[in-house]
Design a protein around this ligand. Sequence first.
Ligand code: ACO
Length: 320
Amino acid sequence: MTTRIIGTGSYVPEQIVTNDDLSKIVETNDEWIRSRTGIRERRIATEDGTSDMAAKAAARAIEQAAILPEEIDLILLATSSPDSCFPNGACEVQAKLGAVNAACYDISAACTGFVFALSTAHAFISAGIYKTALVIGADVLSKLIDWTDRGTCVLFGDGAGAAVVRADETGILGLNMHSNGEKGGVLTCGSRSNGNFLLGRKPELGYMTMDGQEVFKFAVKKVPECMNEVLRETGYTTQDIDHFVIHQANFRIIESIAKRLKVDVDKFPANMERYGNTSGASVPILLDELNRKGQLKRGEKMILSGFGAGLTWGAILLEW
Ligand code: ACO
């Protein structure tokens, strides 16, 4: 018994912020951003919180899966930007959906979050503990960004994507998850509640910091490695894979990964042009777009892969 995706959904806020819009608040321009990243515009949340977007994406996935919210045994929300420390975001989604029978918790693995959360759901399902799970990636990174730092603020956008998964004969064929905490300093977002009254320290606002070139080098090395690992372990080759659905950080990373794997870049769908890097949401948003456009055929093989802060990275090979 394995785990199959039976429904997908996504949601992005309405508000579009173009590269030209950003050039009015920091010293940047459309040409620089597009040529370095492939991003033209992103969505920025105004009214929506993380759990609002997560619940909207999830509702679409549940509708497509044609199940009742009460049938869900487990809700995992991958996010680095929950609305509050507690209750966790997955519990907030549960309340919005009426998924009264689910156990709910968040998973923090930044841009790898959805891949880690889907792997976790698969572990529960293949162990026979749960039958149906809702896996969501949702982030409002716009609230963690220093909007005066042109090196980071141009890269990100807000959004949510979700998948309903269920025990089935086919689906996930293999996976791996990796972390390297020693390299955590290349991508950080400090604590937002660092206050200590004994030390007379007031709570601080931590913002995202990134060593862009180190992140680039990490991604183009580790993503092909973990993809080759899952291919080796399952007995498939890159030629067997129809779609490489990977975290949408920037298009040059995708080109470089495709080149290293000797795979045509056309097999790497991309949508960061319209959404920027939506962190934990990027893989499920892209998956939902492909699914709803009818670009995924039953029996096709795909690899989902994420990479991000931690550092964390991983790959899932599945049959659609
Ligand atoms: N607009 C104009 N100029 C800029 C901007 C900007 N938005 N940002 C930086 N610059 C300038 C720098 O100040 C620098 O100027 P200088 O040479 O006068 O000092 C120059 O551009 C080059 O800066 P670099 O940081 O060396 O630019 P680089 O070519 O490395 O591109 C980028 C930066 C796009 C971030 C690149 O490192 C990259 O793609 N990194 C991958 C990181 C990534 O995708 N992170 C996403 C989040 S992490 C994740 O999802 C896992």
